[in-house]
Design a protein around this ligand. Structure first.
Ligand SMILES: [Zn+2]
Length: 92
């Protein structure tokens, strides 16, 4: 069993099994922080947890919303020139 203030992660434990025989077991303990930290420390950590919406630009060729410095998914152009030609989907 553990003694108050003991900080080791394992302690040996002798337990009587169902047949009455002494069996030694190892009891695993969770690591615990030495002391609590302040609200300010928590808030400082969480100050950078906020998410920002992605920047959306408008394609100069087709006007579709697209990510800046990326190929347009609507028409396949980048910086005024066609990079990818999309094939027309066949309709039944
Ligand atoms: Zn476009």
């Amino acid at each position: 069993m553990s003694v108050a203030g003991e900080r080791c992660s394992y302690s040996s434990l002798q337990v009587k099994s169902t047949k009455g025989i002494l069996v030694s077991q190892t009891e695993e303990k969770m690591a615990l922080p030495k002391r609590r930290h302040s609200h300010a420390r928590t808030h400082k950590r969480r100050a950078n947890d906020g998410l920002t919406a992605p920047c959306v630009a408008k394609c100069s060729e087709c006007g579709e919303p697209k990510l800046p410095h990326r190929l347009c998914a609507g028409c396949g152009t980048y910086n005024g020139r066609t990079v990818v030609k999309f094939e027309e989907e066949e309709l039944d």
